[in-house]
Design a protein around this ligand. Sequence first.
Ligand code: DGJ
Length: 349
Amino acid sequence: MLYIYGQPTVFGNLVKHLLCIIAISAALPSPAQWDNDWIRPGKIWADDQGRPINAHGGGILYYQNTYYWFGEVKKGKTTRAAEVTSWEDYRVSAGGVSCYSSHDLTHWKYLGMALLPTTKDSSGDLDTSRVIERPKVIYNERTGQFVMWMHIDKYDYSFARAGVAVSNRPQGPYHYLGSVRPNGQMSRDMTLFQDDDGSAFLIYSSEDNQTMQACLLSDDYLKPTATFGRILVDANREAPAMFKFNHKYYLITSLCTGWDPNRALVASADSLLGPWTMDGDPCTGPDADSTYHAQSTFVIPVEGKENDFIFMADRWNKTDLQHSTYVWLPLHFEKGSPVITWKNVWKPE
Ligand code: DGJ
């Protein structure tokens, strides 16, 4: 058929167009990859508008029969800070926090920006030149407010603080209140955990990422209290995801290796402030030793199902962070221990 290119016939032009269309569609994800009726760990996940979900390092709030997914917006070019030589400091401009909602944990509706970054004050915590990571939201029944905590940092991660914002609606917009080092302690990768009695804890990599700490929040969830524990001591862990089962606390974390994946470990405790014991790797199946090329961010308790959890992780694309994807997998307890199982395609029952 090559001869067609040499001859400007109507038929030749038609074939050219056809070949062009075939080439373009081969470069785009196949319809199956865009299908949002299923969870496809590691693949592009489309929202209700057919756009890739942009909510990294995220967490889930369950409120009034709806799941809300909050996460970091990563968009634009990834650059590497040349001044930082001891590790690969790849980053995109801080994009703020997005929010999506769902009733089945599979179809997600984009609700807009929960917390916008700012551009006019480079010394502000939310400036696009800073780092806004791992946002988590809980609802405070006493105050009727939704409280978001997040990791706030400078481009070289030397600031190591926890930021807090509030809203009267789950999806925001959130009003930023400021950042702290809880009890003077460094705070990088973090999560929130709300216990059955309404008490809430901030869990964060501290002491230059050597030791994880857990700090009880004030009754309004807006401030750290003086009650805190050193929970994973000298373990060099980050990416905390905490959950509770049968009156016991569990904490999945990763080793601190920048954006590169490593083996996940789960720790357990009878009391949230410790002592904690490291129990081993909860992941099973192919690529379990690299957490399926991903890093933990949250564990979702599936509402109404006692032994059904979802392990949420980020598969970072460190040199092109906006194209990072999500690895969500079922987590169940087997013989008293949490087990994560690999699935190519699945959906929660
Ligand atoms: C690993 C953390 O878990 C991420 O949230 C991010 O802070 C990267 N390190 C930065 O390298």
